[in-house]
Design a binder for this molecule. Structure first.
Ligand code: BGC
Length: 483
């Protein structure tokens, strides 16, 4: 240990809108995620914890003091997201735009002109737009470079009825990422966001974790809306989310041409969650095969789509005919890596689709929720992503569910050491590190008992309480080096 980070390295913490904003009024109740966590049937099935966002830390009101905390912790950057359903609580489908399709019928481009933009502006919730401007301005004022994620999971209810989709009765147009129409509306929302906040934001992240949204929502059925379990649906969502990155990229580049700081006018990346996969028994061919499939489908597939236009819809590892869509490649200025853990993969015969014949061994060094702590894996995924796609990297999330705060310091220093080595020894341009998270927050369907924060908060007063690990983070970030 003891290595230094490059000058200008970004030190940040990360949060997302749905997980932290509510708790002090300002409820955002128009999204699929809101409906999902409040649904009685989901609670009864044990698919959601029963915890709700309106008991959250209240960042919507308390952002000023949270930015202050981040600044005091040595941060010079802050990752947050916008809630699409807050900004557009009512449908934008009536705003006509030009939709161009390729010869296979895929949406290739959405063209939004000034008239359409004026209409979008009239449809926004004005006080929400004002508040987001206040939040991002304050972030900058505190000396924190904002990284703004456009899609960190809630979708407006007018586009996705997650309960009807779960029950197989949602009509087209209400099935979220299963429907192509969602791509068009997403392009409009991204154009609006770039237009409205572009003068304050240079660093934009399009999609947070294609993999998690697709597999938790459409393959593992239950934890995430809409709780579907269907490989075909999973692949459609993987495709649509990868396309959504390209559409968002184009809109942000077009509508944000203002520099807010030195990184501007707009630097646009995608955030991928990358796991370090390893066969339980490297001498067992079936375990190795299952590991390679996990690597391919979960780490590689959507990045291949974004960077190469490879849309391998039958997931056979070959990109043939109409799966080759270089026309859908729009650009990606950097890769955001969310790295949490190692997955030890083994073959498990399930009697269904043989590709899905895999399972995971219990963690060697488990967090509160069984994630397998493995810092070396972060160096590996940084090396892998850079070697393969040649873009600068931000580690956009990394953290541990550790309610006792007894593992976090080791986790933090181990992972930072891995990044430092990737930079210094392997020559990977890692430009920043965002710890997940500043504060304990609503861990989606699992609720508040899962605690990733450097700070906890009092559920009644909302007072922030530092954990010992926050001190260690501060020491490292301020010194720009490991102890
Ligand atoms: C997500 C976060 C989440 C974290 C911890 C990431 O997949 O982006 O929203 O809280 O993991 O599970």
């Amino acid at each position: 240990m003891g290595g230094a980070f490059p000058d200008g390295f970004l030190w940040g913490v990360a949060v997302s809108s749905f997980q932290v904003e509510m708790g002090r009024g300002g409820n955002a109740d128009q999204s699929d995620w809101w409906a999902w966590v409040h649904d009685a049937e989901n609670k009864q099935r044990g698919w959601v914890s029963g915890d709700v966002p309106e008991e959250g830390p209240g960042f919507w009101e308390l952002y000023k003091s949270d930015f202050k905390l981040a600044r005091e912790m040595g941060c010079n950057a802050f990752r947050m997201s916008l809630d699409w359903a807050r900004i557009f609580p009512a449908s934008t489908e009536g705003v006509s735009v030009e939709v161009h399709r390729d010869r296979y019928g895929n949406i290739e481009k959405v063209w939004i002109d000034d008239r359409a933009m004026r209409e979008l502006v009239t449809l926004t919730n004005k006080s929400v737009a004002r508040r987001y401007r206040q939040i991002i301005s304050e972030c900058r004022r505190c000396g924190l470079e904002p990284m703004v994620t456009l899609y960190h999971w809630p979708i407006p209810l007018w586009l996705h009825d997650p309960i009807a989709t779960r029950d197989g009765v949602a009509p087209e147009g209400k099935r979220g990422w299963l429907d192509e129409g969602t791509l068009v509306e997403f392009a409009k929302y991204c154009a609006y966001a770039a237009h409205a906040f572009g003068d304050l934001v240079d660093l934009w992240a399009t999609i947070n974790e294609v993999k998690i949204v697709s597999d938790h929502g459409f393959l593992d059925g239950g934890e995430f809306p809409p709780g579907v379990n269907d490989f075909e649906a999973f692949m459609v969502v993987m495709k649509h989310l990868s396309m959504a990155h390209g559409l968002a990229y184009e809109q942000v580049k077009r509508w944000d041409q203002a520099s807010a700081g030195s990184l501007g006018p707009s630097s646009v990346g995608i955030v991928a969650v990358l796991h370090y996969h390893e066969p339980v028994d490297p001498s067992n061919e079936a375990d190795v095969k299952a590991t390679l499939f996990n690597d391919y489908i979960f780490n590689e597939w959507s990045l291949n789509a974004v960077f190469r236009g490879d849309y391998d819809m039958n997931a056979d590892g070959l990109v043939e005919g109409n799966e080759m869509l270089p026309n859908l490649v729009k650009g990606c200025d950097w890769i955001g890596i969310n790295y949490y853990m190692r997955m030890r993969v083994m073959h498990v015969a399930k009697g269904g689709d043989p590709r899905l014949d895999y399972g995971f061994a219990p963690a060697v060094d488990p967090s509160d929720i069984g994630f397998d702590t493995y810092p070396e894996g972060l160096r590996w995924v940084c090396d892998w992503a850079y070697t393969r796609y040649r873009r600068p990297i931000y580690v956009t999330e990394n953290g541990i569910a550790d309610s006792a705060d007894s593992m976090r310091v080791r986790y933090l220093t181990g992972h930072l050491d891995a990044i430092q080595k990737a930079i210094e020894l392997d020559g990977v341009p890692v430009r920043g590190y965002f710890h997940w998270s500043l504060i304990d927050n609503l861990e989606w369907s699992s609720g508040y008992k899962v605690r990733f924060g450097l700070y906890s908060f009092d559920s009644v007063t909302k007072r922030r309480i530092p954990k010992a690990s926050a001190t260690v983070f501060r020491r490292i970030a301020k010194a720009n080096r490991l102890p």
